[in-house]
Design a protein around this ligand. Structure first.
Ligand code: AP5
Length: 189
C-alpha cells in the first residue's frame, strides 16, 4: 500500500535532518519514499520567476503570492505516485500573522495517511537557529517559539479530524538525534 506522509515542525527543529537519516535506513531495507521539500518546490518556482533570491524571503511575500505558489506546488505534488514524504509547515510565521501551510487545497493534493509533528524544547530550537549562518532567520524568543509549536498542534488536530489521518508527535532533542531517527524510521515502515 502506498504511504503519503507529511512532516512538519517549526524552522530549525531539525525535521530535514531526521528525515534524511530515516530515509537512508529505510533504503537499506528496500523501502523507498519520494522525498519532497515543499519549500524547495515553492522556492524553485519563485526564483525562476525572479520573485525571490533566497528561501527566507518567501515568508515575507504578499499573502496572495504565497498562496498562489503554494497552490501550484500542491498541484505538482498531487501527481506524484508511490510512497511520498512531504517536508513542510502547518503554519508559516509572516509579518501579517500565521499563514496556514496546509489549507484544504494543499491537503487535498497531498492526501496524507499520517502527519508527523517534530518538536523539541524551545531553547534548543533557538540554539540551532543561532548556529546556522546559512539562513536569514527571524529573531524571536523561546516564548514565541512555544506559541508557534502550540499553534501547530492545534492545526494538526484539525487536519486529523477532517481527513482521518493519524498524528504522531516526535521529539528531536539535543544529543538524542539517533533516537529521533529510529522513531521516524519506525513510523515510516
Ligand atoms: P523549509 O525548507 O521547510 O525551511 P525551514 O522552515 O527554515 O526549515 P529548515 O529546513 O531550515 O529547518 P529544519 O527544521 O528542517 O531543520 P534542519 O534539519 O535544517 O521552508 C522554507 C520556506 O518555504 C518557509 O519559510 C515558507 O516560506 C515556505 N513553505 C514551506 N512549506 C510551505 C507551505 N506548506 N505553505 C506555504 N509556504 C511554505 O536542522 C536545523 C539545525 O539543527 C541543523 O544545524 C542540524 O544539524 C541541527 N539539528 C537537527 N537535529 C538536531 C539534534 N537532535 N541535536 C542537535 N542539533 C540538531
Amino acid at each position: 500500500m502506498e504511504r503519503r506522509v507529511i512532516i512538519t515542525g517549526v524552522p530549525g527543529v531539525g525535521k530535514t535532518t531526521v528525515i534524511d537519516g530515516a530515509l537512508k535506513r529505510l533504503e537499506l531495507e528496500g523501502i523507498r519514499y519520494h522525498p519532497i521539500n515543499f519549500g524547495t518546490f515553492m522556492f524553485e518556482m519563485a526564483s525562476r520567476e525572479g520573485i525571490v533570491s533566497d528561501r527566507d524571503q518567501m515568508r515575507r511575500l504578499e499573502r496572495p503570492v504565497q498562496k498562489e505558489l503554494q497552490r501550484r506546488a500542491a498541484e505538482l505534488i498531487s501527481r506524484i505516485e508511490g510512497n511520498v514524504i512531504v517536508d513542510t509547515h502547518c503554519s508559516i510565521k509572516t509579518p501579517k500573522g500565521y499563514l496556514p501551510g496546509l489549507p484544504d487545497w494543499v491537503i487535498d493534493g497531498i492526501r496524507p495517511d499520517t502527519l508527523i509533528l517534530v518538536e523539541t524544547d524551545e531553547d534548543q530550537i533557538l540554539g540551532r537557529r543561532l548556529k546556522d549562518p546559512t539562513r536569514v532567520r527571524d529573531m524571536e524568543g523561546s516564548g514565541a517559539i512555544w506559541e508557534h509549536q502550540q499553534f501547530n498542534r492545534s492545526i494538526s488536530a484539525a487536519i486529523a479530524t477532517r481527513t482521518g489521518c493519524t498524528v504522531k508527535i516526535l521529539k528531536n532533542q539535543d544529543h538524542l538525534l539517533e533516537q529521533a531517527i529510529e522513531e521516524m524510521t519506525s513510523a515510516l515502515r
